[in-house]
Design a protein around this ligand. Structure first.
Ligand code: SAM
Length: 211
């Protein structure tokens, strides 16, 4: 880590937060999860399937946005922590899940946040590429061991990132490979979304081998 990193992180956090707040301030559901986007509907349904019908005692969703997938996760989690950098998105997620007492919301940049305990499920959906930028690359790389250390022994990590074409697919595969290099084992991997569509989503489920 360089001496400049705290400054770069402060700058980049403000940039990402500003961008996401602007996206969500344009109106509800900017990505069309409500059915306007066949891709998003298929993606969320494939992500839910990849949860494997298990129950999770303590789960974390990074980049929960307005809570569309949080709502699906909540049904299979005893306790669920949902983190997002955007206060605009989080306000909507809180409203959507207001009757789900097992869900707590945290406004934070994942690069600066640390949980109090460990999780048996962590979900990162369409979030890592927002922080994979040249000037903050070292901070980005440091996020992988940090997230891996939050998994309980045998805990599962789901990565779900959209890609358009082979170059982006290789980039998204790189997220999974970083976790594999940290000792996580790949359980399953598949592409989701309309086959003929321009964008598909790589969904990888990994497991912590730590005892
Ligand atoms: C495209 S949305 C994806 C929402 C959801 N995870 C899904 O798979 O549908 C990305 C979300 O990640 C959040 N985000 C981006 N960078 C973040 C960061 N560094 N820390 C926490 N949340 C972040 C954004 O505010 C946004 O709500």
């Amino acid at each position: 880590m360089s001496l400049l990193d705290p400054l770069l992180l402060w700058w980049h956090k403000a940039k990402v937060r500003g961008k996401m707040d602007r996206v969500f301030s344009r109106g509800r559901d900017p990505y069309g999860y409500d059915g306007r986007s066949a891709y998003e509907v298929e993606r969320l349904s494939a992500m839910q399937k990849a949860l494997g019908g298990r129950r999770y005692a303590r789960a974390l969703e990074v980049g929960c946005a307005e809570g569309a997938f949080t709502e699906k996760m909540a049904a299979s989690c005893e306790k669920l922590t949902a983190v997002d950098i955007s206060s605009v998105a989080l306000a909507r997620a809180k409203e959507r899940l207001r009757v789900q007492a097992q869900v707590e919301f945290v406004e934070a940049d994942i690069r600066q946040w640390s949980p109090a305990g460990r999780f048996d499920l962590i979900v990162l959906g369409d979030v890592l590429y927002y922080i994979d930028k040249p000037l903050v690359r070292e901070i980005f790389e440091a996020t992988f061991p940090k997230i891996a250390s939050w998994l309980s022994p045998g805990g599962r990590l789901m990565l779900a990132h959209g890609f358009a074409g082979p170059q982006e697919l290789a980039h998204r595969t790189g997220f999974r490979e970083r976790f594999e290099r940290l000792g996580l084992k790949l359980v399953s991997e598949a592409a989701a979304g309309p086959e003929a569509g321009p964008v598909r989503c790589l969904i990888s489920v990994l497991e912590s081998a730590r005892k």
